[in-house]
Design a binder for this molecule. Structure first.
Ligand code: NI
Length: 264
């Protein structure tokens, strides 16, 4: 080995280790194992589209500059516990926003869960097809992640989504430009319950309960412990006088495509 080769090799090794540590710190565990996709029933979809009311999202009118509003958001589904969550929300007449993953939608009983979300008045948002960090992808791949998810949701529900959430909050100017082109606003959050890490419902409920007026709360409907936390967090926030709204309702209009929002 030549004299200059050793320091060079050492430098490369240090750079490699540093990068991998930084990456590991940032990364979330991968999305849950997917069930096998169920074929989409075109007759059912056609019937569904015929019965759709025009003008979705059917936003209610709230003046969140005057009343205490909070937007609960559920990511990474639809998953196994999502049906139970929808039952809970319906019983208490609470609406939320679901940032769905395209491949989870594809695996979901011909779209039964996403249609129910729309029926129950929830807002749907695009959370990419396969949950990659978008800022690390070539533009063409970002486009495909977003468009494929938009397309399957529209095909199954008749709804064109207006909001998206970049997985891991990973976004940059290129992602912003692509979301603007697709007519999607970027919705982040200002209350992180860390429910994907801490699968303890009391902890999750407590963190969500710390929301402030105009907060966007990050939760994941793929974890049973998160769904278990919902009754308690609804109790806490209701007692504090909060109204539960969708993201579009929080702003009183559809948020601006390409722009980034973390709270009202
Ligand atoms: Ni996610």
């Amino acid at each position: 080995m030549r004299v200059w080769a050793l320091p060079l090799a050492l430098l490369a090794l240090v750079a490699c280790v540093t990068e991998s540590v930084a990456h590991r710190r940032q990364a979330k565990p991968p999305v849950v194992v997917l069930p096998r996709p169920v074929p989409i029933d075109p007759v059912l979809v056609a019937r569904r589209l015929a019965s759709m009311q025009p003008g979705w999202p059917r936003s209610r009118r709230f003046d969140c500059s005057r009343i205490k509003c909070v937007a609960l958001t559920f990511d990474d589904g639809p998953g196994e516990p999502t049906g139970r969550l929808l039952d809970l929300l319906k019983r208490r007449d609470v609406r939320a926003t679901f940032f769905v993953i395209g491949q989870m939608v594809a695996a979901d009983q011909g779209g039964r869960t996403v249609r129910r979300m729309v029926d129950d008045g929830h807002e749907l948002g695009n959370h990419s097809w396969s949950h990659p960090p978008l800022a690390e992808l070539p533009l063409e791949a970002v486009r495909k992640e977003l468009q494929d998810t938009d397309d399957i949701v529209e095909r199954l529900t008749g709804v064109r989504m207006r909001v998206m959430r970049p997985p891991y909050g990973s976004t940059d100017d290129d992602v912003a430009e692509e979301t603007r082109r697709e007519g999607l606003a970027q919705i982040l959050w200002n209350v992180d319950t860390l429910d994907w890490r801490d699968r303890v419902s009391t902890t999750v409920a407590k963190r969500a309960g710390e929301a402030k007026p105009g907060s966007i709360v990050l939760l994941h409907d793929i974890h049973p412990s998160t769904v278990d936390a919902v009754p308690a967090l609804l109790d806490t926030l209701s007692r504090k006088g909060y109204t539960f709204v969708t993201v579009s309702e929080l702003y009183g209009r559809t948020p601006e495509p390409g722009m980034m929002y973390t709270e009202r």
